[in-house]
Design a protein around this ligand. Structure first.
Ligand code: PEP
Ligand code: MG
Length: 566
């Protein structure tokens, strides 16, 4: 069995088709007729743009408009005035079109590949794709016949480029295997949207698999079986049928409102870490974002991202969400989330130390930069602000006072923002649960962070295996805390959501419905499953289950009981 990164779930069984890389080698020559060479280059650019436009149209049908935009980006690259100007300068200097174009592309690929962030690195793959396309045209090499692959084909390739995916006839492709790439690559996104099982970064796949050999691709597990025996094929076929049946069942919930069995409407939104995750919200049918963990914008960097960079990131997410709710959580660092360049002092007890809102309130300029960026982005969508790790009323008041100060500043500077922007808090500390009544007076909404709430209520570190038996949201203490937060929020008439992992737990869902939770914020791939789960409960039945669950004195009893009802 070969192992790789499962980037698109599902099981595919089919015959391998190896897509070999063309040799794009040529002998660089000095050209005398540079005007003719420029003409040759321009006509290759024209032909490339035309081909790509056709692929964009094909992708709109097979994957969707948003995904097709990935390919539109290739046209912008090839038509980039700087790139074109530099290539033509090199040709004027005597270089042939191939060498001039390749050297410019390689320069961009090198710059983009060494970037810190995933998105910029992804641009390197795009430029590589454009380079291959234009060089093939210049060299008169016809591209691999992916579009003609017969039904039941498993495509094997070193690197899968978006332009290759664009040529795929998805009915015929049982799976995809590559030697490079990972979950966030554009082609992985496309494979998921097209529902083609795919495993990427499988070492030496091109050497291990031969054309026409039978291959099983398990995109969920990231596993590949080459030349399986009959028993393996039939057991994977059974697994595949089961998965397809489940998926068909879940697909019935796509595009639907999130409703309980007695018709109460819930908000089912997503947790994201970067603006680049926002398309996943749409892809998986989330109704908005209940938690944007902004610390990821600060991690993997060497300095604090400036106001413009943050503004662009928040605006980008807001625009992708097209008016759907976007709750942006302010910087939640400390604890297990270190940002080396901030130089946080080593603490004996970092989870109880100088973190999140505590750090931000003491580092006002950094906090104000973030709040200003969020406020400016609020002109482009339906944004709310959320403070993490709240333990007392003063923290909320101070945070809100800063928001007000910045609103005044932006008004004076005549910069647009949402004047009615909501400011809510994460209720994720034991203190916030106990004073939920007082905090509800100060907040526009609550979002329960059960990941931390469980830890702080049980005084049990989420990463410590010695105490993991204590770390459960089904502990009677945690359940009472959750119920209290929801009830106090409701008493004050503010929405209460949950963005901790417990929001997607089928055992918790009836309890949350019974307590009166209004919003579930989950990872994008969990959306349809949670929508289905919610649809199984009436308030009456959920209340019955919750009353019984809360009558038990131990977590084990709660667990054993809930197992019998879901
Ligand atoms: C939580 O604590 O439940 C939460 C959602 O925040 P994080 O996991 O980012 O701490
Ligand atoms: Mg938390």
């Amino acid at each position: 069995m070969l192992k790789g990164i499962g980037v698109s779930a599902g099981i595919g069984i089919g015959k391998a088709l190896l897509i070999e890389e063309h040799s794009l080698s040529y002998t660089p020559k000095t050209v005398a007729d540079t005007a003719e060479e420029i003409r040759r280059f321009r006509s290759a650019v024209e032909a490339f743009s035309k081909n790509t436009e056709k692929q964009v149209e094909a992708l709109k049908v097979s994957a969707g408009i948003e995904e097709a935009e990935i390919m539109m980006g290739h046209i912008s690259i090839v038509r980039d005035p700087f790139l074109q100007g530099e290539v033509e300068k090199r040709i004027t200097g005597g270089a042939c079109a191939e060498a001039a174009f390749e050297s410019m592309c390689d320069m961009f690929i090198q710059i983009f590949s060494s970037a810190d962030d995933d998105l910029t690195r992804q641009r390197a793959a795009d430029v590589r794709d454009v380079k291959t396309g234009v060089l093939s045209l210049l060299l008169g090499i016809s591209e691999a016949k992916i579009g003609d692959a017969p039904p039941g084909t498993v495509i094997c390739t070193k690197e899968l480029t978006p332009s290759m995916v664009a040529k795929i006839n998805k009915e015929n492709i049982a799976g995809i295997l590559t030697e490079t790439g990972g979950t966030t690559s554009h082609s992985a996104i496309l494979a998921r949207v097209m529902e083609i099982p795919a495993v990427m970064s499988v070492p030496d796949v091109m050497k291990t698999v031969t054309n026409d050999e039978t291959v099983i691709v398990d995109g969920g597990q990231g596993e590949v079986i080459v030349a399986p025996d009959e028993i393996q094929i039939s057991s994977y076929n059974v697994k595949r049928e089961k998965q397809l049946a489940e998926r068909r069942e879940l697909e019935k919930f796509r595009g639907k409102a999130t409703l309980s069995a007695d018709g109460t409407v819930y908000d089912l939104v997503c947790n994201i870490g970067k603006p680049e995750d926002a398309p996943k919200v749409i892809e998986f049918d989330g109704e908005g974002v209940g938690l944007f963990r902004t610390e990821f914008l600060f991690m993997d960097k060497t300095a604090v991202p400036g106001e413009e960079e943050q503004f662009e990131a928040y605006k980008k997410a807001a625009l992708i969400l097209k008016g759907k709710h976007l709750i942006i959580r302010t910087l939640d660092i400390g604890g297990d989330k270190d940002i080396p360049y901030l130089g946080l002092a080593k603490e004996d007890n970092p989870f109880m130390g100088f973190r999140a809102i505590r750090y931000c309130l003491k580092n006002r300029e950094l906090f104000k930069t973030q709040l200003r960026a969020i406020l400016r982005a609020s002109a482009y969508g339906n944004i709310s602000i959320m403070f993490p790790m709240i333990t007392c009323v003063e923290e909320v008041r101070e945070g809100k006072a800063l928001v007000e100060e910045l609103k005044t500043e932006l008004s004076v500077r005549k910069i647009d923002f949402d004047r009615n922007i909501k400011v809510g808090i994460m209720t994720e500390t034991a203190a916030s649960g106990v004073i939920a009544d007082l905090l509800a007076e100060e907040s526009d909404f609550f979002s329960i962070g059960t990941n931390d709430l469980t830890g702080y209520t049980m005084a049990a570190d989420r990463g410590n295996s010695e105490v993991s038996y204590l770390y459960s949201a089904l502990q009677p203490s945690v359940l009472r805390m959750i119920r209290r937060i929801i009830e106090e929020g409701r008493r004050k008439g503010i929405p209460v959501g949950m963005c901790g992992e417990a929001a997607a737990d089928p055992m918790m869902i009836p309890l949350l419905i019974a307590f009166g939770l209004t919003e579930f914020s989950v990872s994008p791939p969990s959306v349809l499953r949670v929508r289905k789960c919610i649809a199984e409960w009436t308030k009456e039945k959920a209340e019955e289950v919750a009353a019984k669950a809360l009558s038990f004195a131990t977590q084990n009893e709660v667990y054993d009981y809930l197992k019998t009802v879901i």
